[in-house]
Design a protein around this ligand. Structure first.
Ligand code: ADP
Ligand code: MG
Ligand code: MG
Length: 902
């Protein structure tokens, strides 16, 4: 018992005690500082206070027991090592207090430098620096400014104004022209500001400064901006942040000092080389803040060759150690290089592929690891057309890239105007402060959507993503005035009809028409580039990684395609069959007339005549598709939507009838149609007479389609091709439904197929929850299942997609009821469970049951992983998503075999 009490929970780690795999506990910054320390790189000494301490503080409102003592002990050992005491009046040790969560949250959490300075130690600091008064007072004023702003919430502008005022009095625009006396005066001014806003004097006691700063970092985890960022990036709210206390090194000691940032490769393109910025005679924050102009890192070679060479050596070492692009922060203090931060750097989608490819070439990683380091979302980004930005286009605003793509069009401010102009064939960009359900029509009509408010889960963002439409949200530089039909940005006014270009990937907004160019990656998939002779490094990397993914994956990838042209394109993109060929378009256009006859038929003869007329047309459709998919399976879904969808709308018919009657014309046909429409009206068409129910109610309808499919297959096969049709019955909820359709279909197939050698499978969609729950029975009558996860999601949740996405999804996302729309990514626990049950029970009843999915989830990265896990045979998605699904199906294998190295 006693032993238990004496073992204190460890809340503080010296840098030498940690390593890069302790990110949960030490945060990314702390874990990597520890890693660099243990690599023997020049890191200023320090220690990390754990995320556990932060969470304990946030949960109880006070520091956990033992924390204060542990900090004291680690501080003491830091002081011993440095031979200086924190804030000592004669020879002070100064520290920085830096936040650092598991995931980097740029700009979200704050850092305080120069902790330990006060009215007395500022003199000691000057002495330490060889009588450099200017440096000492500059450091002190920075402390008051950062401490005031981040620890005590003093408005930052007040300090900025005082600094501007001091420069104005001096007649300069450059901080460096302020001398020691000016800065001493500025410290006085800052202290007054501090006292005015906090009601107390600036704390002189070093340990109090330290404790308050640590506490402020803890609290910044729950700052509004941080919460918002986490929500947008889906970072869990309960991770907490670590706090790093680091001995200060000074880049502001004169021209032989400075500070900089660097990347080991270009994070934009992935190209090898030296990328970074350097600023002489400056402290930390100045580089990022853009206060003075930085110089390219290469210039450092001339300024300080030793430090430059050492830095390049360290960068190479870090890359080799992390086996990835690293980004770093460093400071040079009087010719001595110090490393202040490193992490595996963020990069664009293109750079992700290029770098992964290069690292394979360099022998640092293998192809599995390369595949692991890229993802389908990045590949999807690379498949959008891009803006060609080689000349003169500067963005006027940067919002949130809410839904990717490059859209150009005329600005409109109302939904109604968007619809009007779009109807005239114009491309329009709908600009709103934020959108709401009333804007739906305008959003559908627009090429792109631009809002000045709202984040990734705003109405605009959620709905646009659902539609696959380009959207930039939260471009708050825009001052939008809807009644006046204009917005202002960067001093310019943009009125209705002016052209803007928006980039839904980067969130950037441009005035005027930016030229759009097709994606090279798509050209490669289209087969217009010879993979053996590609000099574009991006395409080469994509080719290699895709080839590896294809070799790896177990899931087959099919496509959803209704026409020969779609089928051909998807095949070029690597589709291995059609998972969903919908037949409803075969009832549209000039065939409507035949559908009307079918619906209005009063006698068997009339109905059969209409079906007989449809048969050859459908057969031709299928022949074209079977030819394109020669040798590959084609799943054809029998007609699914309610038939009244093929009739004119009620209002229009009523008007037609009235007008015709007025003119004294013969209205018999119109009246019959009107009566039929009235009769067939449904309150909830989604749950009405559709799918298999239609086939059971309208004699001969399914039989005609089955015959067209079988005859087409026989025709293609007799002509030397190979057709592999799979007939899919939609909306089955009970095995009896399927059995009835099956009996009828088998008769027709037997008649048609004869000795042609054609084999036709019959299976069903699993899209009604009851079907999933009785899958064992249904499998007795089905050779395959295809999960229709769109309907399964609608019926599983009990909401209709068309109604809910625009109406309240944004609110559900905002409240965190779901983290992502269940139409975008499969809801694993609910709808996914239905899939799992049906797959297991179906396979138990019929071991050779083929299992696939044909909802839009088939092209969603996370969902693909889920379907792999559940053991489906294939996913089917839109042609454009086929490469994404191939890539993710390969990655899914890596994940389940545990070569995940994160
Ligand atoms: P962020 O997470 O915003 O990058 P950091 O904690 O890295 O914040 O610190 C902000 C700036 O201060 C960086 O430029 C960093 O290099 C610099 N800095 C932090 N600690 C020290 C230190 N001990 N000595 C000198 N500069 C420091
Ligand atoms: Mg940093
Ligand atoms: Mg369906």
């Amino acid at each position: 018992m006693a032993a238990q009490e004496t073992v204190e929970h460890k809340y503080v780690y010296d840098f030498a005690e940690g390593n890069k795999d302790l990110k949960d506990l030490l945060g990314g910054k702390g874990a990597n500082l520890a890693e660099m320390t243990n690599l023997g790189l020049p890191v200023p000494p320090g220690f990390t206070i754990t995320t556990e301490a932060c969470n304990a503080y946030l949960n109880t409102g006070q520091e956990p027991d033992g924390l204060a003592d542990q900090i004291a002990a680690h501080l003491e050992s830091l002081e011993r090592g440095m031979g200086r005491k924190l804030g000592d009046p004669d020879d002070p040790l100064l520290v920085s207090v830096r936040s650092g969560a598991k995931f980097s949250m740029p700009g979200m959490m704050e850092t305080v430098l120069n902790v330990g300075l006060n009215d007395r130690s500022v003199v000691g600091l000057s002495r330490q620096a060889g009588g450099n008064d200017r440096f000492a007072w500059d450091s002190y004023r920075r402390l008051i400014q950062m401490f005031g702003k981040t620890v005590c919430e003093v408005p930052g502008e007040e300090f900025e104004h005082a600094l501007d005022e001091a420069k104005r009095a001096k007649g300069t625009k450059n901080d460096l022209d302020l001398d020691a006396d000016d800065l001493r005066g500025l410290v006085d001014a800052y202290k007054k500001i501090f006292a005015k806003h906090t009601g107390r004097e600036f704390p002189q006691e070093p340990r109090e400064q330290l404790d308050l700063a640590i506490r402020a970092v803890f609290e910044s985890w729950n700052a509004e901006r941080a919460i918002l960022y986490r929500r947008q990036e889906r970072i869990p709210a309960d991770l907490g942040t670590a706090v790093n206390v680091v001995a200060m090194v000074f880049g502001n000691l004169g021209p032989d000092s400075g500070t900089g940032v660097a990347f080991t490769r270009d994070p934009g393109s992935g190209a090898q080389g030296i990328y970074g910025d350097y600023l002489a005679n400056a402290q930390g924050e100045d580089v990022v803040a853009g206060i003075r102009n930085t110089v390219p890192l290469q210039e450092l070679e001339k300024l300080d060759k030793n430090s430059y060479d050492e830095l390049l050596g360290i960068m190479a070492r870090l890359e080799e150690h992390y086996k990835d692009l690293c980004d770093i922060e460093f400071t040079i203090e009087r010719g001595k290089l110090w490393m202040l931060q490193t992490r595996v750097g963020k990069r664009t989608a293109a750079a992700a592929f290029v770098i992964a490819g290069q690292l394979v070439d360099e022998g640092l990683i293998d192809l599995d690891e390369a595949l692991h380091r890229v993802n389908g979302a990045q590949l999807a980004q690379l498949m959008f057309p891009r803006f060609k930005l080689d000349h003169d286009f500067e963005p006027v605003a940067k919002g949130i890239g809410a839904s990717p793509g490059a859209a150009v069009g005329k600005v409109v401010f109302t939904s109604a105007r968007a619809v009007e102009l779009a109807a005239e064939g114009e491309s329009v960009i709908l600009v709103r402060r934020e959108t709401n359900p009333d804007d739906l029509n305008g959003m559908i009509a627009a090429k792109g959507i631009l809002t000045s408010r709202g984040g990734k889960t705003s109405h605009a963002a959620v709905v646009a993503r659902g539609m696959g439409k380009t959207c930039v949200s939260g471009a708050d530089e825009l001052d939008v005035n809807i009644p006046a039909k204009k917005f202002t940005v960067a001093g310019q006014t943009v009125s209705e009809g002016d052209i803007v270009s928006i980039d839904g990937t980067t969130g950037k907004v441009y005035l005027g028409e930016v030229p759009v160019m097709p994606s090279e990656v798509v050209q490669y998939f289209e087969g217009s580039l010879d993979p053996e002779h590609i000099d574009n490094p991006l395409v080469r990397a994509v080719h290699r990684i895709m080839t590896h993914a294809d070799a790896k994956r177990r899931l087959r990838v099919r496509t959803n395609a209704d026409t020969g042209a779609d089928a051909a394109r998807a095949r070029r993109f690597g589709a291995e069959g059609i998972g969903l060929c919908r037949t409803e378009h075969m009832f549209l256009g000039d065939r409507r007339e035949l559908v009307e006859r079918l619906i209005l038929a009063n006698t068997d003869e009339e109905r059969e005549a209409a079906l007989d007329a449809l048969l050859p047309l459908q057969r031709e459709d299928f022949i074209e598709i079977f030819r394109e998919m020669d040798g590959l399976p084609v799943t054809v879904r029998l007609i699914d939507p309610p038939l009244h969808e093929f009739l004119p709308p009620l209002e229009q018919l009523a008007v037609n009838v009235a007008v015709a009657q007025e003119r004294g014309e013969d209205v018999a046909k119109e009246e019959a149609l009107l009566a039929a429409v009235r009769r067939m009206h449904e309150e909830n068409p989604m749950l009405g007479l559709r799918g298999v129910r239609l086939g059971l109610v309208i004699p001969g309808l399914f039989a005609m389609q089955v015959r067209a499919i079988a005859e087409a297959a026989v025709a293609v096969t007799r002509a030397g091709g190979s057709a592999c049709p799979e007939i899919m019955v939609p909306l089955v909820g009970a095995v009896q439904e399927l059995e009835t359709v099956r009996a009828e279909a088998e008769k027709v197939i037997a008649e048609v197929v004869g000795d042609s050698g054609v084999e036709v499978l019959i299976g069903t969609m699993i899209e009604v929850p009851r079907a999933a729950l009785t899958a064992g029975q249904i499998a007795e009558a089905a050779q395959f299942f295809s999960f229709g996860t769109n309907d399964l999601t609608q019926m599983g949740w009990g909401f209709s997609r068309d109604d809910v996405e625009g109406a309240f999804f944004w609110r559900y996302l905002e409240l965190g009821i779901f983290g992502i729309s269940p139409f975008e990514s499969i809801d694993r626990e609910g709808v996914g469970r239905l899939v799992r049950i049906a797959a297991e029970e179906g396979r138990a009843a019929r071991p050779d049951l083929k299992l696939g999915v044909c909802g839009e989830h088939g092209g969603d990265p996370d969902s693909v992983h889920f379907f792999h896990e559940v053991g489906l045979d294939y996913v089917s998605c839109s042609p454009f998503r086929v490469p994404v699904a191939r890539l993710e199906a390969g990655r899914a294998v890596l994940e389940t075999t545990g070569s995940d190295s994160r």
